[in-house]
Design a protein around this ligand. Structure first.
Ligand SMILES: Nc1ncnc2c1ncn2[C@@H]1O[C@H](COP(=O)(O)OP(=O)(O)OP(=O)(O)O)[C@@H](O)[C@H]1O
Ligand SMILES: [Mg+2]
Length: 496
């Protein structure tokens, strides 16, 4: 569709920019992709700015003379027109090449055709359909290999639609056929937002929901390395005695948990009483976390199944250390198995990634090390991460810099904007400004997955929500009713 004519203005048309006057009926919008012919081929550009102009209102003296009556004396509305400034992306052939010659003034400008945009962005008909290109009726279908050529980061302020976008990505990953290649999916879910997959008939048979209270790290097969890791405050001698006991238990071939370790320490004649006391109290506090058992639950092998999603719902765990241990242990074991090719390729979505891989932390962070390791080395083994965070400024720079596709949704915090501006190569000041004006559900994709910054509106998700949060009023009424019933029960008991 023709939308205007290229004009000469300032020092344009040049190889970077041109202006065009929009036709009256055209619905031009900022961000729209346009195409025009040049002697090198088809030039694709993006409307960077729209200026409204009217020569009747250019001279302040004229307006001052006529005061408000100018519109009565002259056909002023006929002289109003739109001037659009276009940024030239390049000449479209099989690939997009930088333009070496400008477009000629007088050339017609059209809205970029969908097939040209598909070529421009290298969309893939088998790719992940995340929604529509803003301003165009075109589905954004991202090639899986390019989206996860390394890792993905989804960054935005709270409520901008990050988790919603993750749900859409998971749906698209689950939908893939054997011929397209299915990947195993893991979600670290600190808010219990992904349980809906387990209760939706379309997804329940592809979902493995594990509640925090059921998660266990099994001691029977636990490498002794973890004892040093989980119990960093033991002295060298205490650690040596503990590991000796654990190795004896392992040799016996019996299953064992913390209680059996403690019993064995008690029976030992070679450990000093002072060491025993320290080990008892340390193991006791570890036991009180209710995280350790005989075997891993879930088992590492069952966590990653091609085309299926496993959700570690740790929303009801209040102990930060316990959450970190779970994330650290399961990610480390998965990654080690992936290196040995014992499990299929996987993508781990980590919500609240800044809590599990903080840039700076005042307390020990068990999970940071493994997340940074996977961020650095995971690509080689197709053990991949999607880091989701509302505070990019607090997220480990090492991890963030290894994500070579970034999906930004609305961000307004100046510190976060500065941080992402520094950590993402493809972000111009213009794009940073647009991130502050995005609406809920809109995103800009920058990096490997898309040849040019891509503005998309995330599509509606298919998975049906389950009501996880009650309204404030309902919760207060329920609480009052519960208290009233409790009091009544106590009274009835006393009177009986
Ligand atoms: N693409 C979308 N289409 C329709 N509604 C959306 C979309 N994205 C987000 N929403 C709406 O916005 C709400 C908040 O989105 P979401 O929970 O994904 O935000 P978030 O960025 O994950 O926030 P938080 O950082 O607090 O976890 C959703 O419950 C949903 O109602
Ligand atoms: Mg969220």
């Amino acid at each position: 569709m023709e939308i205007g004519t290229v004009v000469c203005k300032d020092e344009t048309p040049n190889t970077n920019n041109f202006y065009f006057v929009a036709t009256k009926e055209s619905k031009v919008k900022k961000g729209l992709f346009v195409q025009t012919k040049t002697r090198e081929g088809l030039l694709i550009g993006r409307i960077e700015e729209i200026i409204k102009t009217n020569r009747y209102f250019m001279q302040p003296e004229t307006i001052s003379n006529y005061e408000t009556s100018i519109n009565l004396h002259f056909p002023t509305d006929k002289w109003e027109f739109l001037l659009c400034k276009v940024y030239c992306l390049g000449i479209l052939n099989e690939t997009v090449k930088r333009a070496n010659y400008p477009v000629s003034p007088g050339e017609t400008v059209k809205i970029a055709e969908n097939e040209n945009l598909e070529k421009l962005f290298k969309f893939d008909k088998n790719g992940l359909n995340i929604g529509k290109l803003i301003g165009h009726n075109l589905e954004v279908k991202l090639n899986l290999n390019r989206l996860f050529q390394k890792h993905l980061a989804i960054l935005a302020l709270s409520g901008a639609g990050k988790s919603y976008a993750v749900c859409v990505l998971i749906e698209e990953l689950i939908k893939r056929t054997d011929a397209q290649g299915k990947v195993g999916i893991l979600v670290i879910d600190p808010h219990g937002e992904y349980s809906s997959f387990a209760y939706d008939e379309n997804f329940s048979n592809k979902t493995n929901l594990i509640k925090g209270k059921d998660i266990r790290i099994g001691l029977t097969n636990l490498s002794t390395y973890y004892y040093t890791w989980f119990l960093p405050n033991l002295s060298f001698a205490q650690e040596r005695d503990l590991i000796k006991i654990v190795e004896e238990l392992k040799k016996s071939g019996d299953v064992f948990g913390i209680r059996e370790v403690m019993q064995k320490i008690e029976e030992s004649e070679n450990i000093k009483q002072a060491t025993k006391d320290v080990l008892f109290s340390t193991l006791h506090s570890l036991n009180s976390m209710r995280l350790f058992g005989y075997y891993d639950t879930p088992s590492i092998d069952s966590l990653i199944v091609p085309g299926q999603v496993s959700i570690l719902d740790i929303s009801e765990i209040t102990n930060e250390k316990k959450k970190q241990m779970i994330v650290a242990y399961f990610l480390r074991e998965l990654f080690n198995k992936r290196i040995k090719r014992k499990i299929p390729p996987f993508i781990a979505f980590i919500e609240e990634a800044h809590n599990f891989a903080p840039e700076r932390s005042y307390k020990e962070s068990f999970s940071k090390e493994i997340i940074e390791k996977i961020a650095r080395e995971g690509r080689k083994f197709n053990g991949l991460l999607c880091l989701v965070s509302q505070r990019p400024v607090h997220l480990s720079t090492t991890s963030l810099s290894q994500c070579n596709t970034h999906m930004y949704m609305r961000i307004t915090n100046p510190y976060d904007l500065k941080h992402i501006g520094e950590s993402s190569e493809g972000l111009t000041n213009e794009l940073l400004k647009s991130i502050t004006t995005l609406e809920v559900g809109e995103c800009v994709l920058v990096g490997e997955a898309s040849s040019f910054p891509l503005f998309a509106r995330i599509r509606e998700k298919v998975v049906k929500d389950i009501e996880t949060r009650k309204s404030l009023e309902d919760e207060c009424i329920d609480y009052f009713e519960k208290k009233k019933n409790n009091r009544k029960n106590v009274r009835d008991l006393m009177e009986s």
